[in-house]
Design a binder for this molecule. Structure first.
Ligand SMILES: Cc1ncc(COP(=O)(O)O)c(C=O)c1O
Length: 425
């Protein structure tokens, strides 16, 4: 059955035809494609057309789709039982492998999604500090937790208003939203509210409104101010964890948060999240401490097996250096394609995370993104689908390089982009 027929059926039975909103192609022209299978960086849709995939399930597939070792580990685990609801050895093996790469943390709790990891980490920060207020940044996404679906209040209001239907205004009352890259706003917030603040949460390389790479000094200021005021610093590494380097951004930047949240890669394509910290803080989590958090499928053996196989392969010598090399090759190729066609574009990149923005320099704050340029991305997306290249279906989303992308895949992609840009002139 064709993409179109599936889409017609989908719209009848799923709200908006999808199970997660950005999949519905609302930010790009055309209807969503339906995928039947994927292997490495190749994606095949229901019309039997193949694409080079740069979206990679939004980040988990750092080894590419259906990696043989990850698949074998998951299949072996399935054969031994798919869910125990009781302790099992693979949870410990993954926890040990995870903590070995994150030596500044001592304990980790596995959950089933990034959203759940963040929600639990915030609860833990509140339980540990005995404070209610939290602070986040505009342009950072931390999952669909009620009190994080908040946008900056208007005018001088420090605390935010809900950015989603169904979130009571009361739930956003303790969440402040600050601009990224603004030291003065950060200092002013901590001067006024620092002593009532439980936590500051930030994506250390914000990758949910494009890729907004921060000045290291700004992140250091986050660290200093939280320490000074007895608030916790949470690095949300759901995207960056085990992606931008051996363990993620904290290690790369040399800035140690009090709590870290993870997901995506550590589940090897299965639903997993995690939050981690030192023992003193983790002792507050139930059953040891008073902060309740639980899950029927937490530490699921199949997901643990896939995560473990993924960490094992990403831990091999040279793995991240090779991703860096491929990322740089893609970046320089795309930048040249734009320059040759006289198109203003910047390819922002951190390791294997990349984002094309049709502006002449990389923005550092959400407010510096020119939303009117997203229409250009929409055209690029459509024209690349015709040429067998699949990008994330929104100009606000980043791309991912995997170990399975070859230099040839990169060259083919660059050639498709160059051909598209030329066809516009
Ligand atoms: C930084 C960050 N935090 C949290 C989440 C939520 O993770 P999940 O979609 O697994 O709930 C995401 C999802 O993309 C994310 O990018």
């Amino acid at each position: 059955m064709s993409n179109n027929s599936w889409w017609q059926r989908a719209e009848k039975v799923l709200p908006g035809g999808v199970n997660s909103p950005v999949r519905a192609f609302k930010s790009v022209p055309g209807d969503p494609l339906f995928f039947q299978k994927a292997s490495g960086c190749r994606f095949t849709d229901e019309d039997d057309k193949a694409y080079i995939d740069w979206c990679l399930s939004w980040g988990p597939m750092i080894l590419g789709h259906a990696d043989p070792d990850v698949a074998a580990a998951a299949i072996e685990a399935i054969g031994e039982g798919t869910s125990f609801g009781a302790p099992s050895r693979r949870e410990i093996l993954l926890a040990e492998a995870f903590l070995e790469r994150l030596p500044f943390f001592q304990q980790v709790r596995f959950v089933s999604s990034g959203t759940e990891a963040v929600m639990s980490a915030i609860r833990l920060a509140r339980g540990f500090t005995g404070r209610d207020k939290i602070v986040k940044f505009a342009g950072c996404y931390h999952g669909h937790v009620d009190h994080l679906l908040v946008e900056a209040g208007s005018g001088l209001a420090t605390f935010g208003t809900p950015s989603s239907g169904g979130v009571p205004a009361d739930f956003s009352r303790h969440t402040a939203v600050l601009p990224l890259d603004d030291d003065d706003a950060l200092e002013a917030f901590f001067a006024d509210h620092g002593d009532q603040t439980a936590a500051l949460i930030v994506e250390p390389f914000p990758a949910n409104a494009g890729l907004l790479i921060q000045r290291r000094e700004f992140l250091e200021k986050c660290r200093q101010l939280t320490t000074r005021h007895g608030a916790l610093l949470i690095f949300d590494e759901v995207i960056t964890g085990f992606r931008v380097g051996r363990s993620g951004a904290a290690d790369l930047l040399g800035i140690t948060p009090d709590l870290g949240t993870y997901g995506k890669i550590i589940g090897g394509g299965f639903p997993v999240g995690a939050y981690a910290s030192g023992k003193e803080i983790m002792d507050h989590v139930s059953p040891t401490g008073p902060v309740y958090q639980a899950g029927t499928l937490s530490g699921n053996p199949v997901a643990m097996a896939a995560g473990l196989a993924t960490l094992e392969k990403t831990g091999r010598p040279g793995f991240y250096e090779e991703l860096e090399r491929k990322g740089a090759l893609l970046q320089s190729g795309l930048e040249k394609a734009a320059a040759d066609a006289g198109i203003t574009a910047t390819v922002v990149r951190q390791g294997s995370l990349w984002w094309t923005v049709f502006q002449d320099e990389a923005p550092r704050a959400f407010e510096s993104i020119d939303a009117s340029k997203m229409e250009i991305y929409g055209r690029l997306h459509r024209d690349l689908i015709d040429r067998g290249v699949y990008l994330a279906p929104s100009g606000w989303e980043v791309g991912f390089v995997s170990a399975s992308h070859t230099d040839e895949d990169i060259q083919q992609t660059v050639a498709a982009v160059a051909d598209t840009f030329t066809s516009w002139s």
